[in-house]
Design a protein around this ligand. Structure first.
Ligand SMILES: NC(=O)c1ccc[n+]([C@@H]2O[C@H](COP(=O)([O-])OP(=O)(O)OC[C@H]3O[C@@H](n4cnc5c(N)ncnc54)[C@H](OP(=O)(O)O)[C@@H]3O)[C@@H](O)[C@H]2O)c1
Length: 326
């Protein structure tokens, strides 16, 4: 069987992503075949598309590939099950972030995904909203909930609060009863406050570490060549607080100094299908179904316009999620 997919043969610009016809994947015993209804796009998709060493590491490219397909986040309908599958049957509506950070081939009409990296999509949640709540939602969850151990009354600073990860981080922190300060550019003030944030800081006109010096948790997603932004986030924390670094790998010297001088834990967060992934995804499915957490979708593109989705995500100014529909 043949399907449509977005392939690229050469690292580079978004326009190198082109529509092609390729074979429908075969499934292993523990995998399901999913007819993809919605795909979500993340900044890492663009990094891999434009950086050969990263692409080679993720895909273990040998040079013999007929085509390379990117993507890790889908929502869709199960159409086939491997012989060892017990969790799903044909017709089930599912969503998940799968095989990250390996070769998942999600930019396609069909994907082969391990059953333990998918969960049931609630009937009242759209495929687009479910697809959005995969890598970005799990990153926010693993940062704020698993690593940050957020609890009622905590003061939490969320950088990038209007973005894919940040807009879930704000909503999860609120769900657990935290006082949330969202940081983004001024044009996203109303959006971030609308997510439930208690305060807003505009990083273009305000200095967050002068305004906040007693946070329990800082969720830091801001790129910097060095530890400069992490050092600023440290200043916003109170003694005993936790700094969650999602983009910069903090130097060991900084980690040791933060603990010694301020009793602050500095943790690097890497989204991963950990032992609580399914449980966390099911919890998120419940929050989506009840309406307590919403996926904000800023753009939807058809599959053949994947290059437009990549051009937008690499701008680093995404509001909520970008979705592509096969
Ligand atoms: N460690 C992990 O496992 C992991 C997983 C997923 C993502 N990430 C990383 O986390 C980051 C966020 O991901 P995402 O999907 O949320 O990206 P995104 O959707 O592109 O959002 C980026 C957000 O950052 C905001 N921003 C830009 N500069 C800022 C600054 N100086 N201070 C505060 N906010 C700023 C933007 O707001 P404005 O538009 O208002 O400027 C935007 O809301 C990316 O770097 C991504 O690679 C890490």
């Amino acid at each position: 069987m043949i399907m449509k997919a977005i392939i690229f043969k050469e690292v580079g610009e978004p326009e190198n992503l082109v529509l092609a016809e390729v074979p429908v994947p075969s499934i292993e015993g523990h995998e399901v075949l999913v007819q993809v209804k919605a795909i979500s796009i993340n900044p890492v998709d663009a990094y891999v598309r434009k950086n050969k060493p990263y692409l080679d590491a993720v895909y273990q490219v040998t040079g013999a590939e007929q085509h390379i397909i990117l993507g890790w986040d889908v929502a869709g309908i199960v159409t086939g099950t491997g012989k060892n599958v017990t969790k799903f049957k044909a017709g089930d509506e599912v969503f998940g972030n799968f095989k990250f950070i390996g070769q998942a081939n999600a930019y396609a009409e069909y994907v082969a995904a391990p059953e333990n990296q998918l969960v049931l999509k609630p009937a009242n949640v759209s495929f687009e909203a479910a697809a959005g709540a995969t890598m970005a939602a799990m990153t926010a969850w693993q940062s704020i909930v698993n690593s940050g151990k957020v609890k009622k009354g905590d003061k939490v600073v969320v950088h990038g609060a209007s973005g894919g990860v940040g807009h879930y981080a704000v909503q999860f922190a609120k769900h657990f009863g935290a006082y949330v300060i969202g940081v983004s550019s001024g044009e996203n003030r109303d959006f971030v406050l609308g997510l439930g944030a208690d305060e807003f800081i505009d990083y273009k006109t305000q200095v967050f570490e002068e305004l906040v010096t007693d946070a329990d948790i800082v969720h830091d997603t801001v790129w910097s060549e060095d530890d400069k932004h992490i050092e600023r986030s440290l200043k916003a924390l109170k003694p005993g607080g936790t700094l969650l670094s999602l983009i910069v790998y903090p130097e060991p010297e900084l980690i040791e100094r933060a603990l010694r001088e301020k009793n602050v834990k500095v943790l690097r967060v890497n989204v991963t299908p950990n032992e609580t992934y399914e449980q966390n995804m099911e919890y998120v499915a419940g929050l989506l179904s009840s309406g307590e957490v919403k996926t904000h979708i800023s753009h939807v593109f058809p599959l053949e316009e994947m290059y437009k989705a990549h051009a937008l995500i690499q701008s680093k100014n995404t509001v909520g999620k970008i979705i592509v529909m096969p």
